[in-house]
Write a protein that binds this ligand. Structure first.
Ligand SMILES: NC(=O)c1ccc[n+]([C@@H]2O[C@H](COP(=O)([O-])OP(=O)(O)OC[C@H]3O[C@@H](n4cnc5c(N)ncnc54)[C@H](O)[C@@H]3O)[C@@H](O)[C@H]2O)c1
Length: 321
């Protein structure tokens, strides 16, 4: 079924979705999109990296009637009892709560493992035990590790290169095993460099796009990985929202227990990104030149999303770009 048809169906057929990590970038966009489709949204966050003001942004983006369908619980996915009670009477889980960032996981692998592996297993088990129909979760392009193959295809990952990538690879193993052992339906989405509104520009572990935009607007110097010619696949948030909703709603049994590249399928160098951002922001700039410093070695990523297209009828959208 096509995305527009799925959205139309949802408007007349209310379901209960649980969005974890709702105070973060991707979770808050998912909750907003679901509320606008007249869905009931239960949500969870412990504000480890998310912000209360993102909940206000959601409230301000939807109608008062839509907002009545929103419930927020402050809690931690590392607590199994919290996961058990929050998954009660839920139809579909969109599990986003995790500690992102490769450098963060290298600085503190135990903390990343607690949230991303223990927390994930708690959520997966609780959802299964409460007979949740579908469990969709955030995996990551980092599972490709040292693979040099381009484009990236789902069946061929490399050796992982960070504790963060280990946590996402473990999530995928649990997904497969829960399908084999319990026939529990889950789908992983390997996000590639997502960008869009409510992405946090602050902190040591901020993603490159919001970080550079913030630094350019503040007239600060920028740092770039390597010579800037490394390419990445930057994925607009609306495409991630679409992939989550299609994964939550698909009735295609071939789609279950698999992970999908969730990306734009493009390749943009960091130098081009810098040029595009400065061009786009030129009216907001004070006139002070920014300096672009080069450091560290990059890692490449680009991929294709044929599997997503085939199994979940995903179509790239850039409506709101
Ligand atoms: N943004 C990207 O480009 C990208 C790429 C690949 C994968 N991902 C994955 O997508 C998901 C969402 O990422 P994001 O960019 O929105 O990050 P984010 O940091 O903005 O959001 C994550 C949210 O999870 C919450 N959280 C963390 N630990 C928690 C815990 N123990 N209990 C409850 N809540 C907890 C945080 O407070 C935050 O609100 C993550 O799983 C991340 O690993 C993101």
């Amino acid at each position: 079924m096509k995305y527009n048809n799925v959205k139309e169906e949802l408007k007349h057929n209310q379901k209960t979705w649980l969005v974890t990590g709702v105070a973060g970038f991707i979770g808050s966009n998912l909750a907003e999109a679901l509320l606008k489709l007249n869905q009931k949204v239960i949500s969870l966050d412990n504000f480890a990296t998310g912000h209360r003001y993102n909940l206000d942004h959601i409230k301000n983006s939807v109608s008062p009637q839509e907002w009545e369908n929103f419930t927020f619980v402050e809690g931690d996915i590392t607590n199994y009892d919290t996961c058990k009670s929050i998954t009660k009477d839920v139809d579909i889980v969109l599990h986003q709560a995790a500690l992102g960032s490769v450098p963060r996981s290298i600085d503190n692998p135990v903390v990343s493992n607690n949230a991303n592996v223990t927390g994930f297993l708690n959520m997966l088990t609780a959802a299964k035990d409460n007979d949740v129909k579908r469990f969709v979760y955030a995996s990551s392009s980092s599972v490709y590790g040292d693979s040099q193959e381009l484009p990236k295809v789902e069946e061929r990952t490399g050796n992982v290169l960070s504790p963060y990538a280990v946590t996402k690879a473990v999530n995928e193993l649990y997904m497969e095993v829960f399908y084999k052992c319990y026939e529990f339906e889950s789908i992983g989405l390997r996000y590639f460099n997502v960008f869009g509104k409510r992405q946090d520009p602050n902190g040591a572990y901020a993603a490159v796009m919001p970080k550079w935009i913030g630094q350019i607007l503040n007239g600060e110097d920028l740092y770039i990985n390597g010579d800037g010619e490394t390419s990445r696949d930057f994925t607009y948030i609306d495409n991630v929202v679409q992939a989550n909703i299609m994964a939550g709603m698909t009735t295609n049994a071939d789609a279950f227990a698999k992970a999908y590249n969730t990306a734009a399928g493009g390749r943009e160098t960091l130098n081009n990104l810098y040029q595009a951002i400065t061009k786009g922001l030129k009216n907001n700039l004070s006139g002070l030149p920014n300096h672009l410093h080069q450091y560290q070695l990059p890692y490449n990523s680009t991929e294709q999303h044929n599997r997503l297209l085939a199994n979940l009828c995903y179509r790239l959208s850039c409506d709101s770009l």
